[in-house]
Write a protein of this length. Structure first.
Length: 136
């Protein structure tokens, strides 16, 4: 799920960075992404709780960047939407704890998942939202 959330959130943030002074409605953003505005609002909650966007209610309300695109790394966006979950997930089945492999597999996988998440974050830290936006 993180994969699509990151894509949606990066699209949102790029749109806001491209028009930094404007307030954007979830309907306007959803039109650009071609998804339901409800899905946009769900992603905006995570972005707002991490101070990446600010919102204003009312007829002329909407959302805009909470700080300069130069001060937002793509890792900031990724971490906002990733939350406490990993990019990869454990299996839903419960392994046999009496098995040499089954008793340790989830522990070993979680260590590897931490490394994978950190590698992604390290790559995303190298680019700001401003740099990404300038590709358009």
């Amino acid at each position: 799920m993180v994969k699509s959330k990151f894509s949606i959130s990066l699209h949102i943030m790029t749109l806001l960075a491209y028009y930094p002074g404007d307030w954007h409605s979830s309907a306007n953003i959803a039109e650009s992404i071609n998804i339901n505005p409800v899905l946009v609002r769900k992603e905006l909650i995570a972005l707002k709780s991490n101070d990446l966007v600010e919102s204003k209610e009312g007829k002329n309300g909407g959302v805009r960047l909470g700080k300069s695109a130069k001060n937002i790394s793509l890792a900031d966006i990724f971490e906002a939407v990733k939350g406490s979950s990993h990019v990869l997930n454990l299996s839903n089945n419960v392994p046999d704890v009496s098995c040499k492999i089954g008793g340790q597999i989830n522990e070993k996988l979680l260590l590897m998942f931490d490394d994978i998440d950190n590698a992604i974050i390290d790559v995303l830290k190298l680019q700001t939202l401003e740099n990404f936006k300038n590709q358009f």
